[in-house]
Ligand binder design. Structure first.
Ligand SMILES: [Fe+2]
Ligand SMILES: [Fe+2]
Length: 144
């Protein structure tokens, strides 16, 4: 990924930006849901989403999880699990997506996509309810 990570951005600002990105991703997810079958239009939307979502996940791991692990490690357990969900997000874009209009039966592709959308929404709300507030709290603590 070619984008530099800005470690100088204050955590509360980064969290606001990541939340805004969730809202932008959500608009695309809602658009995907209006398409009845997995077709070129839905593949186009997914391909557009792929890079921004992966970049977003990298920032969460490199900055959000970093501050949590440095300053709030004893409360990190749930946030670690949430960050690990990035594995299936990557897996979807790298491996499932290329199969969806080729080897995968149409009905299965639709099911996989519906499941992915649901899981992603859950992931975003877990981050906003658990991981982001903990990162803000951690960033306000004095370094020991
Ligand atoms: Fe995430
Ligand atoms: Fe996120």
């Amino acid at each position: 990924m070619s984008h530099k990570i800005n470690f100088d951005e204050p955590i509360p600002d980064l969290v606001e930006r990541l939340k805004k990105e969730h809202r932008q991703f959500e608009l695309k997810l809602a658009e995907l849901e209006t398409i009845a079958t997995v077709n070129n239009q839905s593949m186009g939307i997914l391909e557009e989403l792929s890079e921004p979502i992966l970049r977003h996940a990298v920032e969460e791991e490199a900055i959000i999880m970093r501050v949590i692990m440095h300053k709030a490690r004893e409360q990190a357990e749930e946030s670690i699990k949430i960050a690990q969900e990035h594995n299936w997000i990557m897996e979807f874009f790298k491996h499932k997506l290329p199969q969806m209009t080729t080897t995968m039966p149409q009905q299965q592709a639709k099911q996989e996509l519906t499941q992915f959308i649901q899981n992603l929404r859950t992931h975003f709300s877990e981050e906003e309810e658990i991981m982001f507030p903990l990162a803000i709290k951690a960033s306000s603590l004095q370094r020991q």
